[in-house]
Ligand binder design. Structure first.
Ligand code: NDP
Length: 330
């Protein structure tokens, strides 16, 4: 049997030296376990993150250990009543020709329902990512205009097509080659697509989305995210799925340098304007005025004397000379 192990942690773009290819004995299954001969292995961007020791949502790979990840194979031997030789299973033990695993960690897939490779992609983790990001996270609604980055990839190609099939007004994709752009528009039904290497993303996105974007499915981060923020419509939504433009970075971008926390901690960031919330004013006053009156909510004012000093008061405010509300007494 052959397995691929992490030999060392990469700095920047990974190289072949970061991996060891090792021959080992074919393992034997114990009671409750199955021996699987792998036929397909998944290769995914998140693996780059796991090659680093940095703490993230997935455990770092251990140096000297097999690169775990999605795999499909055929059961050769079974020590479990739930599996028989010949069954096709999905599991997470990754880049190896043979895997022994507890039956509980193997999932049977139906090779008659779809080609088995689909269970690693369009009907597997990446397809589900597209579906969940679009429907649950971005709360896609019929009539939305949707922009998808890395649109010719596993997640992006499904996200864009699902949006179209669910009644998007317009779906725009970005990808890194003319051939991919052609695939998106001519084969997958994207309304527009562009090659982000051809020029600034904001300009290309604006041209492709003259009426703006309601949902941005972000697989890339960086310049793509910046462009989307410029082009998103009122009450637009972003599903922060991935930031592949940064996975090999050795220098952090300018702040915020930790946008990946959106993914790790499933954060929500939502813009608002107080003007949209004036209906709260009666409730606000009813609750807060008594607190001010009885002293349980304290406030401070910094008072500058004279209208002529208004400019200086303003400059002082910007420099932090105030505590609480800065006011000018005329
Ligand atoms: P893809 O099939 O999309 O493959 C990665 C693609 O990223 C490449 O084909 C490349 O296409 C593009 N890419 C690489 N570098 C850059 C860059 N600097 N700028 C723009 N595009 C780049 O992979 P997946 O579909 O599996 O994953 C897509 C994204 O979704 C990733 O960010 C991944 O981490 C994320 N993800 C998140 C999950 C979650 O649960 N949040 C689950 C699964 C994936 P091109 O030629 O267009 O540059």
């Amino acid at each position: 049997a052959i397995e691929v192990r992490l030999a060392s942690r990469p700095h920047g773009v990974p190289t072949a030296e970061n991996f060891d290819i090792v021959e080992v004995e074919v393992p034997s299954p114990g009671p409750g376990q199955v021996l699987v001969r792998n036929t397909w292995l998944s290769v995914d961007p998140y693996m780059r993150g796991r090659m680093s020791s940095a703490k993230s949502y997935a455990e770092p790979y251990e140096v000297g250990k097999v690169m775990h990840g999605g795999a499909i194979g055929e059961v050769l031997e079974s020590g479990s009543d739930d599996f028989r030789p010949g069954d096709i299973v999905l599991h997470g033990l990754g880049w190896r020709t043979h895997a022994v695993l507890d039956a509980a960690h193997a999932t049977k897939v139906d090779p008659d329902a779809a080609p088995v490779t689909a269970y690693l992609g369009v009907l597997g983790m990446t397809g589900l990512t597209a579906y969940a990001g679009l429907v649950d996270v971005a709360t896609f609604t019929e009539g939305d205009t949707v922009f998808v980055s890395a649109a010719a990839g596993a997640v992006g190609s499904v996200a864009g097509q699902l949006a179209k099939l669910r009644g998007a007004r317009r779906v725009i994709g970005s990808a890194g080659s003319a051939e991919k752009v052609r695939w998106l528009t001519e084969e997958l039904g994207f309304d527009a697509a562009f090659n982000y290497k051809d020029g600034p993303v904001t300009e290309q996105l604006r041209a492709a989305a003259p009426d703006g974007v309601d949902v941005y499915f972000d697989n890339v981060g960086g310049e793509h995210l910046e462009a989307a923020l410029d082009v998103l419509n009122l009450h637009g939504r972003i599903a922060v799925c991935g930031m592949i433009s940064q996975y090999n970075a050795t220098e952090p971008p300018k702040a915020p340098r930790n946008l990946m926390q959106f993914i790790s901690r499933r954060l929500t960031m939502r813009g608002f304007l107080v003007g949209d919330h004036v209906h709260l004013r009666p409730r606000f006053l009813a609750e807060v005025a008594p607190l001010v009156r009885d002293g349980s909510l304290k406030y401070s004012e910094t008072v500058v004397e004279g209208v002529r000093n208004a400019p200086q008061a303003f400059l002082d405010l910007l420099a932090g000379a105030n505590t609480g509300k800065m006011l000018v007494r005329v």
